[in-house]
Design a protein around this ligand. Structure first.
Ligand code: NAI
Length: 251
């Protein structure tokens, strides 16, 4: 039997049982990678549901419960993954939340919660995996940013600031570890059909679709496809880049 392309690779996907994260976890597992999903308690059941759709590769998914916004959790979980699976080849910083309000109405708690999960989380996870990747002399880090990190968005100062910050983090880490054969890139999705967009008012979704040249929401699998491309062995010369996957909404 021929082996799958990502056989023996180990991926960590934060929020890897959600909409976009679930599609990423599924695609990597189908290509043979072992996938460690890091998520909140609610993601345990979602991981089970993902397994049902994976048939032959269901055993490739492993669930680890933890909040990416707490550094000690990240460090402890990463150590457990390395102990169990021996290495970490890919880190996909995908977990993210929204707490939308205009700046005038946004509470300090809403600001801090979004910065903690969407920006400190990727920093904590990167810090936690880096020594392992350096020791391996190989790694791929993909940060899921957002189109609004570049464009800004009404009512999303916390989210847009975190996603813009993530682009700065991406480029800086890319510089620091280029010599270790570790690439670090960001993916900036537009409006993708997941629970996150389902929480938006329907008028806002309609407006987003009408402003998108492709005239539809993106599918999680379309983001996953780009992540799969970036983790590939053949993508070693791509680093510090930001890739849009937004149907032309922002160019
Ligand atoms: P989702 O809500 O379906 O999934 C997010 C996942 O992250 C969930 O499984 C959730 O439980 C997990 N999570 C949340 N907080 C966490 C924490 N503190 N620790 C660990 N896990 C946590 O959302 P979706 O749409 O799949 O978003 C995934 C990423 O894509 C996010 O970073 C989001 O900002 C980004 N994105 C989404 C877009 C969209 O239109 N859906 C557009 C652009 C970016």
């Amino acid at each position: 039997m021929s082996s799958l392309p990502l056989e023996n690779r180990v991926a960590v996907v934060t929020g890897g049982a959600g909409g976009i994260g679930g599609a990423i976890s599924r695609l990597l597992a189908e290509d043979g990678a072992t996938v460690a999903i890091l998520g909140l308690p609610v993601d345990r059941d979602r991981t089970e549901k993902l397994r049902i759709h994976l048939n032959g590769s269901a055993s490739k998914l492993h669930f680890y419960e933890g909040d990416v916004g707490v550094f000690d959790n990240c460090r402890r979980i990463v150590a457990g993954i390395v102990e169990q699976h021996g290495r970490i080849d890919y880190l996909v910083n995908n977990a993210g939340i929204t707490r939308d309000h205009t700046v005038r109405k946004m509470t300090i708690e809403e600001w801090e919660a979004v910065l903690q999960v969407n920006l400190s989380g990727p920093f904590f996870m990167t810090k936690a995996v880096l020594e392992t990747m350096i020791a391996q002399d190989f790694g791929r880090i993909v940060n899921i940013s957002s189109v609004v990190g570049e464009s800004g968005n009404f009512g999303q100062a916390n989210y847009a600031a975190a996603k813009a910050g993530l682009i700065g983090l991406t480029k800086t880490v890319a510089l620091e570890v280029a010599k270790n054969h570790i690439t670090v890139n960001a993916v900036a999705p537009g409006f993708i059909d997941t629970e996150m967009t389902k929480a938006m008012p329907s008028a806002a979704i309609e407006a987003a679709i009408s402003q998108t040249p492709k005239r539809r929401l993106g599918q999680p699998e379309e983001v996953a496809h780009l992540v799969r491309f970036l983790v590939d062995d053949r993508s070693g010369y791509i680093t510090g880049a930001v890739y849009n996957v937004n149907g032309g909404w922002y160019m």
